[in-house]
Design a protein. Sequence first.
Length: 364
Amino acid sequence: MFSHIHPDNYQQQLDEKQQSIATDFAQFDLPKFEIFTSPTLNYRQRAEFRVWHEGDDLYYIMFDSKTKQKFRVDDFPVASTLINQFMSALLIDIKDKEILRQRLFQVDFLSTMSGEVLVSLLYHKQLDNEWIEQAEQLKLRLSAIAPVDIIGRARKQKVILNKDYVMETLTVGDKQFHYQQVENSFTQPNAVVNEKMLLWTQQATKNAGGDLIELYCGNGNFGMALAENFDRVLGTEISKSSVKSAQVNIAANNLENVDIVRMASEDFSQAMNGERVFRRLEGFDLTSYKYQTVLVDPPRAGLDPDSVELISRFERIIYISCNPETLRDNLIELVKTHKIEHFALFDQFPYTHHIETGVILTRL
């Protein structure tokens, strides 16, 4: 199943992505686009597996996206070295422990380049005190590999030993930034490429001045690294857990010019237009911001027409996209008012058809 995942195949798949981008965006006047490569193996910081029970044996499985057939997974070459170590160590440990293995149907791993791991165990049964006692012992044994926390999940139940997040440290240029990453919240899976994205946007906005508005800011991934280039940063995000993490990250990075507000980009657009007043914006005078730069990192659906109209008002637009189709659709409108100055391909997802791109536009 993973035979295509090999360093020898890396450049070919990257060349194919470059050609795909060149074809898909041929209608635009693009500058020469920049290519940011990924490590060829062990680049994903998170992975999820179903667990298959067969007699006394149990092992991880995944499903073929085309045939839907299951296949056994003993190691996962795209996942971090830490995840691979924990994959085998976990199953070996719980194989003869009935309380821990019984009705376990999925395991999720989240690791960091700074050496932490979060393991989530999902069950088709309720978790009692005996499970907690054995899980605490499991945590102690696995800690011999690396610092680890364990979460047990069942229907309407979540048991946390000892926390439900990891702290990642990313190096951007000559500085380090710290990020809380919570279980099940969105984070960039390829940490090395994420560092390259942050550095690219940081260098492209050097001496930009004015204020930065970041829509879909998540845990503040971009805002933390870009804060030094702007007078103020205001991020919006709808996910409650991501907003909480962003607040933690502002403090962890000692930033005094970054604020995060929990609201959808559509609502923020209405607030900017003066169409509605939102209690969540109490204390924020939107008229005081110098609206020069906006950064958007939307989901695969891209930007809705109102959001496209909103960002078209800014002098500079930074658009991070995980879907070339919706990016192309949005650019058709944005190039009516802006010029594409930079275009980058970030190989977040090697050996797959998924393509991450970055575009920087300035007003005509």
